[in-house]
Design a protein around this ligand. Sequence first.
Ligand code: ADP
Ligand code: MG
Length: 261
Amino acid sequence: LEEKLLQSQKMEAIGQLAGGVAHDFNNILMVILGYGSILVNEETLPARQKEQVEQIMNAADKAAKLTSDLLAFSRKQVIKPSTMDLNDIILHVEKFLSRIIGEDVQLRARLTPRELQVDVDRGQIEQVLINLATNARDAMPKGGLLTIETSAQRIDEAFAQANGIGVPGPYAVISISDTGVGMDEQTRRRIFEPFFTTKEVGKGTGLGMSIVYGIIQQHSGFVNVYSEPGLGTTFRIYLPFSEQSAEAALEPEVAVAPPGG
Ligand code: ADP
Ligand code: MG
């Protein structure tokens, strides 16, 4: 628990700092990209120079991607939750996710027929799924399988304590598994740290998972990670059931939480 508190304070501080810088930096990048696109379309520009300007624009594009991650990370915007079915959110982004993971990775969605009513900010939950799919793609450069499953799960006292969350109850769960490179213990422990990345410069910002962590925390949920080097990784996202539907959620066939993965 102590560790989690420290983690969130650290993220808060870094977020504020990074957000300020990212905002100003983004304005500068827009100038570079703006003039760059004028120059690139200049008919009299020799081919060689045109190529060089394109290189500049590529680099500026990468920097813009970084600043947009930074802004998403720092923007501790108040969430605007509404009650909706988690399955519907997944159905809504499914196409987009399969575009992210590319043709070599197969997407399989296994959604529970149960209603999973949760109070969530749809855009932010979509952001979570996008970040996870992006990482899964990077973990499967030779292709593989990405499985998204949903379920309802009652969290009991023991499980809550083991995971450092204080509120037992009914949760909607999204489980996202890839058949990628996996992570060793050392990496797994650091993935939620802002700016922690094992990817090369320009490829990873190290912010995707801290954004995931922040969003899920704001929704009073939590994230578990199971990973096996060489075999793959499973993320399990737990979101509390909406108050109104909590009772119905607990009817039969809701398993008592095994931390499976
Ligand atoms: P980035 O993707 O920019 O590196 P993230 O915060 O999204 O930053 O992820 C941090 C690190 O966590 C990654 O660099 C990678 O080492 C590890 N990671 C995250 N998701 C996975 C995954 N599905 N499989 C293997 N490693 C992962
Ligand atoms: Mg990432």
